[in-house]
Write a protein that binds this ligand. Structure first.
Ligand code: C2E
Ligand code: MG
Ligand code: MG
Ligand code: MG
Length: 288
């Protein structure tokens, strides 16, 4: 398009490029001090098992209370944290905060924390996790870590050792955004994992697209045959829930139950899930 509109166009786009550069620089400058100023928060979104009674886990999702702005979701700044190395202190803070918050929940409720590829490969993750658990006194069996395929892209001994050490202490590891990465699938043979999280992009098309439904069914079947728990993220409608239940998906996460909310609202979310699942059970039982 730039070519078509001729030579003048570069000059027209230059201010836009400068503007973007300035936006990026001020974002980076503000992010550098954000942790020290206490501007990060964790919000929690329930993941609910399709069993009676349901088991509940809350995923910790990072938010930035940037002064003078609306609450900023991580999509616009996680990549900057990664590029600048700030993800290391912020990630360690998220681990400690999530474990401390979860230690105040009912003992049957778990917490899941996202771990960035750099953090996973840093060599200090196991020590950070141990410190967070010791400080909060949260049992390791109540902690899940969510990693992405990028974290385990190369098949080296250090990654395998990290996974073994985490799982030996009772922590469970989930592979996030499954199906969107470089999936050669061969890593599923080498790496010890506990859960596969089906990416929201497949769940969105569940009821309208035959291809999406086929992919979700394939992932659920793959998870089951590998002995892994399947989790669908981004579930928004009762129709999607019914479809996933029919396909045999184990756990559900999405706005249908609740959007991510601050720790203070965890008790209210637990009450709502309980009511909702009672209703669901009733609908299920009342079917001919
Ligand atoms: P994710 O781990 O795949 O988290 C799920 C994302 O889907 C969250 O976005 C959540 O708010 C959103 N979501 C859940 N249910 C629904 C739904 O029903 N509809 C819609 N439209 N969206 C839904 P969020 O909070 O913006 O986080 C985006 C990504 O940022 C996360 O994706 C994760 O990769 C990353 N992230 C979040 N917190 C952390 C963190 O503490 N550390 C690291 N390294 N990454 C994080
Ligand atoms: Mg996640
Ligand atoms: Mg995910
Ligand atoms: Mg996702």
């Amino acid at each position: 398009r730039a070519k078509e509109s001729g030579r003048g166009c570069y000059r027209r786009f230059e201010p836009e490029m400068e503007r973007r550069l300035r936006v990026r620089q001020s974002l980076e400058a503000d992010l550098r001090g954000a942790l020290g100023r206490g501007e990060f928060e964790l919000h929690y979104q329930p993941i609910v098992s399709l069993t009676t009674p349901p088991e509940v886990c809350f995923e910790a999702l990072l938010r930035w209370r940037r002064p003078g702005r609306d609450l900023v979701p991580p999509g616009s700044f996680i990549s900057v944290l990664e590029e600048t190395g700030l993800i290391a202190p912020v990630g360690a803070w998220a681990l400690r905060t999530a474990c401390a918050d979860a230690a105040g929940w009912p003992a049957s409720v778990r917490v899941a924390v996202n771990v960035s590829p750099a953090q996973f490969r840093s060599g200090t993750l196991v020590a950070e996790v141990e410190a967070a658990l010791a400080e909060s006194r949260l049992p390791a069996a109540r902690l899940d870590l969510e990693i992405t395929e990028a974290a385990i892209l190369t098949d080296d001994a250090a990654i395998l050792a990290t996974l073994h050490r985490l799982r030996a202490s009772g922590i469970r590891v989930a592979l996030d955004d499954f199906g969107t990465g470089y999936s050669s699938l061969s890593y599923l043979r080498h790496f010890p994992l506990d859960k596969l999280k089906i990416d929201r992009s497949f769940v969105v098309g569940l009821d309208s697209s035959h291809a999406s439904a086929s992919i979700v069914r394939a992932i659920v079947t793959l998870a089951r045959s590998l002995g892994l728990v399947s989790i669908a993220e981004g579930v928004e409608t009762p129709e999607q829930l019914h479809h996933l239940r029919r396909l045999g998906c184990d756990e559900i996460q999405g706005h249908l139950f609740a959007a991510p909310r601050p720790n203070e609202e965890v008790p209210a979310m637990l009450r709502r899930i309980h009511e909702y699942t009672l209703l669901e059970t009733w609908i299920h039982l009342s079917r001919p």
